[in-house]
Design a protein around this ligand. Structure first.
Ligand code: A3P
Length: 346
């Protein structure tokens, strides 16, 4: 199937698909691989791909683009707050981040297997757009109806978005050490019932370095953004830098976004968006919602929920020497010619 982006989407099949579906029970509708780029996505992506690709962004939009688990939600909250809630008194700030700052390509995730987070997001869509038809894309409609200025999240790489994105719109790309990403992603696929990964960490590392996880290949994702880093509408952010000195990163964002916030406002936003504070806000925002439908509570009890560790370098305690060696070899092979001079990649 040819997409508006020019990519050809081919269904994964045979032994490769069978193995993935054994380990990821939620991928019941299958996966596609796109050429060029070898992007792997849930099969329902093809239903929404052209709408996403043809989305016209506004000058007032800010797009936050990341490979999964790189600190997207954190960045969304920081940016949304800086732009919409600088004095921390916005009446709708208590709604979940994903409602205020829509995840535009998440329809394929909500429709790829079992119920997923569809019922909850349908509730939010109906609040925002009472006559909306969820089958037309919950996330796409939430995105379209989000009031300006919009802070929009995507996990898609540049080549699957409109080619003039940077001409009109500011983009913040967030990168994170792949060794922490792989552990955070593993946890995500285990506690989210709609994915329900039942394999081992060892197998998951293989899926990661073999570019069989959705939204990958990881390095290609990063490469496309890194090659645009000097564009005036592009801002590159590293999770590790945010952890090391969030205030310094907020100052840079303040300049990039033109938000003109004072040091005092930035300081307050740093605290408001800390790991502990965001975790608390999420608990409050989701109070009374039936999370059992899409969250595996046993995994949450054992390893935590969405706010798992929030650390940089946690991989040192969790990855074996062999797993580290595998990721290092893969990094050497894929990133040595990237010219990314970031210490966290290795
Ligand atoms: P861990 O699983 O390592 O804890 P994303 O939003 O892209 O899905 O990324 C999720 C990761 O960012 C999770 O990492 C999560 O805990 C972490 N995170 C979320 N909010 C954070 C915050 N305010 N400070 C630090 N890390 C945060």
């Amino acid at each position: 199937m040819r997409l508006a982006s020019g990519h050809v989407a081919v269904q994964l099949e045979g032994e490769e698909l069978a193995k993935i579906q054994r380990d990821f029970e939620g991928y019941s509708k299958g996966l596609v691989r796109l050429t060029p780029g070898r992007w792997v996505l849930p099969a329902p992506y093809t239903k929404f791909a052209d709408k996403i690709y043809n989305t016209k962004f506004r000058e007032t939009d800010v797009v936050i683009m990341t490979y999964p688990k790189c600190g997207t939600t954190w960045t969304q909250e920081v940016v949304w707050t800086m732009r919409n809630n600088p004095n921390l008194d916005h009446p709708k700030a208590s709604a979940p981040v994903s409602v205020r700052s829509p995840f535009m390509d998440s329809d394929m995730l909500m429709t790829m297997g079992k119920e997923g987070s569809r019922s909850l997001m349908t509730e939010y869509l109906k609040d925002a757009v009472p006559d909306a038809d969820p089958d037309e894309g919950i996330a796409l409609q939430l995105t379209a109806h989000t009031p300006d200025p919009r802070t929009i999240k995507t996990h898609l790489p540049f080549s699957l978005m409109t080619p003039d994105l940077l001409d009109t719109t500011k983009v913040i790309y967030v990168a994170r050490n792949p060794k922490d990403v792989v552990l955070s992603f593993l946890h995500h696929t285990r506690f989210m019932k709609f994915i329900n990964y039942v394999g081992t960490l060892d197998q998951f590392v293989d899926y990661f370095v073999n570019s069989q996880l959705i939204y990958g290949p990881y390095w290609e994702h990063l490469r496309e953004a890194w090659s645009r880093r000097d564009h005036p509408n592009m801002h590159f952010l590293f999770y590790e830098d945010m952890k090391a000195d969030p205030k310094a990163e907020l100052r840079k964002l303040n300049q990039f976004l033109g938000t003109d916030l004072t040091e005092e406002q930035l300081e307050k936003i740093v605290h408001y968006t800390s790991f502990e504070s965001m975790k608390k806000h999420e608990q409050e925002a989701l109070k009374g919602k039936n999370m059992d439908a899409f969250v595996n509570q046993e995994v949450v009890k054992k390893d935590g929920g969405f706010y798992r560790k929030g650390e940089a370098g946690g991989w040192k305690e969790q990855l074996t020497e062999e797993q580290v060696a595998k990721i290092d070899a893969w990094t050497e092979k894929n990133a040595s010619n990237l010219g990314i001079n970031f210490k966290y990649s290795i």
